[in-house]
Design a binder for this molecule. Sequence first.
Ligand code: MF3
Ligand code: CO
Length: 254
Amino acid sequence: MITLKSSHEIQLMRQAGKITAAARALAGAMVAPGVTTREIDRAVYRFIKSQGAVPSFLNYQGYPASVCISVNDEVIHGIPGDRVLKEGDIVSVDVGAFKDGFHGDCAATYPCGQISEEASRLIAVTRQSFFEGIRFAREGYRLPDLSGAIQRYVEANGFSVVREYVGHGIGTQMHEAPEIPNYVEPRMGRPRFLRGMTIAVEPMVNAGKAAIRVMPDGWTVRTRDGRYSAHYENTILITDGAPEILTDPDTKRP
Ligand code: MF3
Ligand code: CO
């Protein structure tokens, strides 16, 4: 069931979204050669707690950290640890915060120092594919309009969209209906967008082929071909006009 949020619930989601976006900005600003992924996780944990919120991912289905940090050929769900970031890495940070009953969820890929031309183009195309998609995230359109716009933009730029993981409705649960794929298939549902829906749109884009595999840690997802992957996500509110981005990407680090 797709839930529609009341204006009070939307106000609470703005709060959660703001904390989540600030946590992403904090993590992104920490990406630098010599920093460990665990240091970023600890800083994000402390920040989210300081805001009276709870990290949505911590203990979610046994996930052991507050952030997912996925480097280079890692697509999503990388577990923070002893890994030391180095010049040239691309670093995807995905974070969620839960406050007063509602979740925010957002992600972005950050360059570590100077990165390759291909990596830089991948990051830009992945981010832009989100904005191409959400042009259709408003009343009067249906889900495949958004999904198709993301897929077309990514493929027109020579990259590929991951199929096994998708965006999602979000609210009192981190994952609510509907699923928000970044590609179109004839057999999928065509729900209408209605004002008051809150969804997380999150293209995961590979520089090479779309195929992925899950590592033996049970979490880390990597590209099969070992090439780069990037991720970009915001939680948005559907309206009768342009969607409101609840995890504002211009939020400054706290
Ligand atoms: N951010 C992911 C999503 O959008 C969820 C992370 S899974 C977790 O669905 F285990 F790390 F929480
Ligand atoms: Co998400």
